[in-house]
Write a new protein. Sequence first.
Length: 120
Amino acid sequence: MKLIKSKPVIATTLAAGLLLSMAVPSYPLAAKQEPISYENVESMLKGLSAEERKALNELTAAPTFTIAPDVKQNSSEMVSVIVEFKTLPAKVAVKQQAAIGKRMLEAAAETQVEQSHQAF
């Protein structure tokens, strides 16, 4: 009997909560970030150790792919693309492991290939 009387109260409370949550915007509650300025970068760089500075100087932002020189990069013309994955094909990986005396299941090799394709 109590459950029947409490159903309208529960329904009303849930409806009110839903309406109120829609009325209050959530974006003002998000943490605000201060814009990155030259001073911010300078202060961050001052806090780096010698080892971190060396690693930062050695860091390169070069792409990890090559574009053929005959491809016009500013053109909207379609081009054929060949993607070469670092992961070997499943059958090749199994044979390569067998050549060095290790055993690898083809299913495991196929899983590795599938994971690299999904990551791409």
